[in-house]
Write a protein of this length. Structure first.
Length: 261
């Protein structure tokens, strides 16, 4: 598969996947979302790849959904949702978790919403000291049903997850590190080099043992959050049908407080 919104390079057994929409802080719209669903299958079948890195172009890792794309879809069809189907929402999560090779998250900048989810689903997380982490679905009137509610709850527990999801305020990388979400906290300019060093080391390790270890742990992870994921996904679809969603998107783009119904 060819990619328009992802840059992919492979060298010495390590693939670097770069989300390349810096003009919207690497926010994902349906087309780039589809590419993110598919890339892990392609890299999984590539025998040259023994480990991978996920990072972002420019100053952000991934800002989550593309608000301008959401706005245009709402104007075209107020009941049309985000353009991303429930099946797509499942694939972007489970295809990443089912990728058997070691995956390092090189979080070069802010990881927000779906961006935070993608980062937290990586096996080892290297984060910039300057990055912000959070899931502000609530700020546009939505339930975090794209995997965010599920993975945050599993990793930091229900009380902290409810605080994060219900207030919608980001935290800095130091706080994310204190919560156990980050493996390595480094200066922004060192993020990719650190991720490359880890990925290179893993690419030279015993591949059958590494993949078996990862799949075993990810199987536990999936069993822990699968019901949370399904319930929150259904709740997010319901919240998209409410006028608060359109108002939240518009308010975010206009940088004002929303008028909730």
């Amino acid at each position: 598969m060819s990619y328009e919104f992802l840059d992919i390079s492979v060298s010495d057994g390590v693939a670097i996947v770069t989300i390349n929409r810096p003009e919207v802080l690497n926010g994902l719209h349906p087309e780039s979302h589809h590419e993110m669903e598919q890339v892990w299958g392609d890299l999984g079948e590539n025998d040259e790849v023994r480990a991978a890195i996920l990072t972002g172009a420019g100053r952000a890792f991934c800002a989550g959904g593309d608000l301008k794309d959401m706005e245009s879809r709402l104007k075209a069809d107020p009941s049309g949702g985000s353009g991303i189907s429930p099946a797509s929402a499942r694939r972007i999560v489970y295809n990443l978790l089912d990728f058997e090779k070691p995956l390092i998250g090189a979080i070069n900048g802010h990881a927000i919403g779906l961006g935070a989810t993608l980062g937290l689903l990586c096996d080892i997380v290297v984060s910039s000291e300057n990055a912000k982490w959070g899931d502000p679905h609530i700020n546009i009137g939505l339930v975090p049903g794209d995997g965010g509610l599920a993975i945050w709850t599993v990793l930091i527990g229900p009380n902290k997850a409810k605080e994060m999801m219900m207030l919608g305020a980001p935290i800095d990388a130091k706080r994310a590190d204190q919560l156990g979400l980050i493996n390595y906290l480094v200066p922004e300019e060192d993020v990719l080099d650190k991720a490359l060093a880890i990925a290179s080391s893993l690419s030279e390790g015993p591949q059958v043992a590494l993949r078996g270890t990862k799949i075993s742990i990810n199987n536990w992870l999936k069993s822990q959050f699968s019901s949370l994921f399904e319930v929150s996904l259904a709740a997010e679809l319901q919240s998209m049908d409410h006028p608060d969603y359109a108002e939240g998107v518009q308010a975010a783009l206009e940088k004002r407080n929303p008028n909730w119904q």
